[in-house]
Design a protein around this ligand. Structure first.
Ligand code: ATP
Ligand code: MG
Length: 649
């Protein structure tokens, strides 16, 4: 498929203040320097962006071979000091968090001064109940400012937070509490999302039936409902406890390589892995990418719509924006509550300058139509970002034109829970974009494309294979919690000397990278390797398509053939499947055309909004008794509907 090149709009280049990187030549120069002299490059940034209690001497040691990477090994610091104190001391009245509550109109602003006092008080609460350095603390909380306080209070004590997305069931929560050996849980009475109440504490209690080692549960009062189960002395109320504590708590100074948090992956491909991130490298990755990828400048209002339960929320709602002393928006609601205009009302109200969301949300809003976007004043926006899945070019164009009004930088950012921060991305002000391509590697990220079978590196500009990384970068996960062998097996052993991402990738004649989706999802039709992203993007070009998922199904003749699941836009029920198939032959070639298309009401997605193709594959294969781990599925009920759908057709 051929796609339009979007040069950087003139108005971005001539902006005041100028973008941090203002030409592609400058990007290339910095990039090459970062690869040639990583020690100098990261060492300098680490001194610029992080406040150290003890300076580091060794920038990088260890490597992929033994999985013993360390960054800044002698350095000592505290992450909460870096995210709060140093800004509060300088500028206590600057707004740190804008909390946009579920119900419009209930927003609240928290300054750095207030955040510091809140974090200190709560850290003292944790301490009083026995939390100490190295303990793991489970956080299962709605999107309220106190959740941010909980993250930072753990970091202040050198305790390791393990955040579990508050949409997970009690079973999923229990598994994660047990896997991370958490003896403490921080939660809320209830959550509010999209006008609905979530029985947060009830779910925690169910989970804890199987967690005898949990000693204390800290309960924040979000709704104040009287029917919330509460069992003393295990459970304590947040508001009662903080009243006992003074708002001063010296930060526990930790080593650069001491753990900051554990976080489980989304579970798109199988059993989630509890990745462990360490303090200094992670923080540096978060701060650096926040500054350059989003072209952050003093005074910006940064709005990432992810949930704090995912890596995107960790890095780009909390650690990145706060490390850099910015103002971050914490959005409790959904893109469609109370109407599909919600995002744009929020952007206009808070004058958001950087807006970051996922393709699933963009496709959803595109389905509802631009009439929900157009009436809102989006002139504050400078950078609009996407993360989580390949973004279909059609959705990219919509985002750029309707939301970005052709004057914003669109950053399609590729990264993973494992990478800690963005690794392939355009930079505002310098990168000409191609819709659907994440463009070029970020500074210090030495990307390689490997032949999946031989493991050989493909050095030609045009290449197709698996995405690997040649050398360590600061924010990479250091291990899978309590399972270093699984870490080695998954990431470092498949291709000796490389970090293996698990994703397929292409590099075009201009050197642009195109993430093809997971290697396990690649479809092989008569020897042609097809990415699911490519077929889905073709299907979405049809004006009736809202979303699409393509899978490979065994075929005697071709090895594999393509089947696709499609959801339609409102009022498009009559769409002829033949037209959809034609769209694929037209855009890719007739060899790629789906043998079968199922029109469905919804696609199976993870709770973070990613399409779970492995479920569709199993359903079509008739292996409905071995669907694998479904606990990360957003709506498990959908499986039976899909099985019926496939049977009928
Ligand atoms: P699991 O590892 O448990 O299967 P997951 O990989 O979905 O779950 P995450 O770490 O949240 O968990 O997601 C990272 C993955 O998301 C990447 O490996 C990639 O497949 C996909 N991804 C993220 N951003 C992009 C992007 N901009 N373009 C294409 N794919 C992306
Ligand atoms: Mg993954």
């Amino acid at each position: 498929m051929q796609f339009k090149l979007h040069p950087v709009p003139e108005c971005i280049k001539s902006r005041n203040p100028a973008p941090h990187v203002s030409s592609i030549e400058q990007y290339k120069e910095i990039y090459e320097e970062s690869i040639k002299n990583p020690t100098e490059f990261w060492g300098k940034l680490a001194n610029e962006l992080i406040t150290w209690n003890t300076p580091f001497q060794t920038v990088l040691s260890g490597g992929f071979e033994h999985g013993d990477v360390t960054w800044f090994r002698e350095g000592q610091l505290n992450a909460s000091y870096n995210c709060v104190d140093r800004h509060a001391l300088k500028n206590p009245d600057k707004v740190a968090i804008i909390y946009e509550a579920d119900e419009p109109g209930q927003d609240r602003k928290i300054t750095y001064g207030e955040l510091l006092r809140d974090v200190c008080r709560f850290a003292n609460v944790l301490k009083a109940h026995g939390v100490k350095k190295g303990d793991t603390v489970a956080i299962y909380m709605p999107m309220v400012p106190e959740a941010v306080v909980a993250f930072l209070a753990c970091a202040r004590l050198g305790a390791i937070h393990s955040v579990v997305f508050a949409g997970f069931s009690s079973d999923s929560l229990r598994n994660r509490i047990l896997d991370a050996s958490s003896r403490f849980v921080i939660t809320a009475d209830e959550g509010c999302r999209g006008g609905k109440i979530i029985n947060t504490k009830k779910i925690v209690d169910e989970a804890l039936l199987g967690c005898p080692d949990v000693e204390r549960v800290f309960v924040f009062r979000r709704t104040g409902s009287s029917s919330v189960p509460f069992s003393s002395p295990r459970d304590v109320w947040w508001h009662e406890e903080v009243e006992k504590q003074r708002p001063h708590c010296p930060p526990e100074i930790v080593n650069a390589e001491d753990p900051l948090f554990i976080l489980y992956t989304s579970g798109s491909t199988g059993k989630p892995k509890g990745l462990l991130h360490t303090t200094a490298g992670y923080l540096l990755g978060a701060a650096t990418t926040l500054k350059y990828v989003f072209d952050y400048h003093e005074g910006d209002i940064y709005g990432c719509m992810a949930d704090i339960g995912w890596i995107t929320g960790h890095t780009y709602i909390i650690y990145g924006p706060l490390a850099i002393g910015g103002t971050t928006v914490l959005f409790e609601s959904t893109p469609v509550y109370p109407s599909p205009s919600r995002y744009w009302e929020v952007v206009a109200k808070h004058k958001i300058t950087q807006f970051y969301t996922a393709p699933t949300a963009i496709r959803l809003l595109r389905k509802f139509g631009r009439e929900h976007v157009d009436p809102h004043d989006l002139s504050s926006l400078r950078v609009i970002g996407s993360v989580g899945e390949p973004i279909n070019p059609e959705a990219w164009e919509w985002y750029n034109e309707v939301v970005g009004r052709n004057v914003c930088s669109v950053v399609d950012t590729y990264w993973q829970t494992e990478t800690g921060s963005i690794i392939v991305t355009p930079l505002p002000g310098c990168t000409s974009t191609k819709p659907g391509s994440a463009t070029f590697p970020f500074f210090g990220i030495d990307v390689a494309i490997l032949n999946p079978e031989s493991g050989e590196e493909i050095t030609s500009t045009e290449a197709e294979g698996v995405l690997a990384i040649r050398r360590p970068w600061p924010s990479m996960a250091r291990t899978v919690y309590n399972d270093h062998n699984r870490y080695l097996d998954t990431y470092l052993r498949p291709y000796k000397g490389y970090y293996f991402s698990g994703d397929g990738v292409g590099r075009d004649c201009d050197g642009y990278y195109w993430i093809r989706g997971r290697v396990d999802d690649v479809i092989n039709v008569s020897g042609h390797r097809l990415s699911t992203a490519e077929i889905e993007s073709a299907l979405i070009m049809h004006s009736a398509t809202a979303e699409a998922a393509a899978i490979g199904v065994a075929s005697e003749l071709k090895g594999q053939c393509v089947h696709a699941f499609v959801t339609l836009k409102p009022n498009c029920e009559g769409t002829d499947v033949k037209d959809l198939i034609l769209q694929v032959s037209k855009n890719i070639g007739s060899f790629a055309k789906p043998e079968k298309i199922y029109i469905v009401n919804d696609l199976p997605k993870t709770r973070s909004g990613k399409i779970m193709r492995r479920v569709l594959r199993k359903i079509v294969d008739g292996q409905t008794d071995s669907l694998g781990d479904l606990t990360t599925l957003a709506d498990p009920k959908i499986v039976n509907t899909l099985i019926e759908n496939v049977k009928k057709s």
